[in-house]
Design a protein around this ligand. Structure first.
Ligand SMILES: [Mg+2]
Length: 275
């Protein structure tokens, strides 16, 4: 049976330049995907509020996943895409209010830490280097909480264990620790694969692109994966379905996607029929 493809991609350091956050170098490939009727879906650690802006700038109208697979958004017909009411949301992780409740209880048990919800946008801005508007977008969360650990290092295992009892995980990120549910980016990949299989009534394969540790599960779950090199630390994956882009960021993204499009050209007729 024939199959169709979708493309799923990380943002920072992958489709967006590590330094400038620009996707300009990927425009050719983004347009080629559009012409081939291959949906491009974002799968990012960013929040909903942060993602909708980038998604509009790129010109995408597809569904997307935020906060490392915690929250998925499927656009409703006719919406502008700038309000949460324009989407059907699927929370695969722990709902944010419940997550905050658990963190509140753990603080009362004596653990010392500070989360985005405890901070003003100004504090988040000072810690992240984001401007204050971006910081307030980063504070609007659905299913994960970045925290600054203010307690002794040797109390982390007990904290981690207390979280695990509530089905929550503690993951180390670049600047913060992140508290989140059992979700990861692969969950979003599986969800959207099923979504398109239902929609198109045919098997769907996924090309996934990413650059970081938090992309590893998504890349492993894809049918074909492209690791975009990261100037600081390039992800090492050795599976047969993994390729490496020849250069970092959107330029590498674009070259890898265009090269891949050449290889699947014969099956593109399906996309044309789908209109
Ligand atoms: Mg990244």
């Amino acid at each position: 049976m024939t199959h169709s493809w979708i493309v799923m991609t990380d943002l920072d350091g992958t489709l967006l330049d590590h330094q400038t956050y620009s996707f300009d170098a990927a425009i050719t490939a983004l347009k080629a995907l559009q012409r081939a009727h291959i949906p491009c879906l974002l799968n990012t650690s960013k929040t909903f509020a942060e993602t909708i802006q980038v998604r509009a700038d790129i010109g995408l109208n597809t569904g997307f996943a935020c906060e490392n697979g915690a929250a998925l958004f499927i656009p409703k017909a006719g919406g502008s895409g700038f309000s949460s009411t324009d989407y059907n949301a699927e929370i695969l992780g722990c709902h944010y209010p419940k997550l905050l409740k658990v963190l509140h209880q753990l603080r009362q048990q004596g653990f010392l830490f500070r989360g985005f919800n405890d901070m003003t946008a100004l504090e988040v801005s000072a810690l992240t280097g984001l401007d204050s508007e971006s910081a307030s977008l980063a504070k609007q969360r659905h299913g994960s909480e970045p925290i600054v650990w203010q307690d002794a290092e040797d109390k982390l295992p007990a904290f981690r264990q207390a979280l695990a009892q509530q089905q929550l995980r503690l993951v180390r990120g670049g600047r913060f620790w992140h508290v989140l549910g059992a979700n990861d980016k692969a969950d979003a990949l599986h969800f959207f694969t099923n979504y398109y299989q239902q929609l198109w009534q045919q098997p769907v394969k996924v090309l996934a692109l990413g650059d970081g540790d938090n992309d590893a599960s998504m890349l492993a779950a894809a049918d074909l994966a492209v690791v975009v090199p990261n100037p600081e630390q390039t992800l090492l994956l050795t599976d047969d379905h993994v390729r490496y882009a020849i250069t970092p960021g959107p330029k590498g993204w674009s070259l890898a996607v265009l090269e891949w499009l050449q290889t699947i050209e014969p099956s593109l007729n399906q996309g044309e029929q789908r209109g």
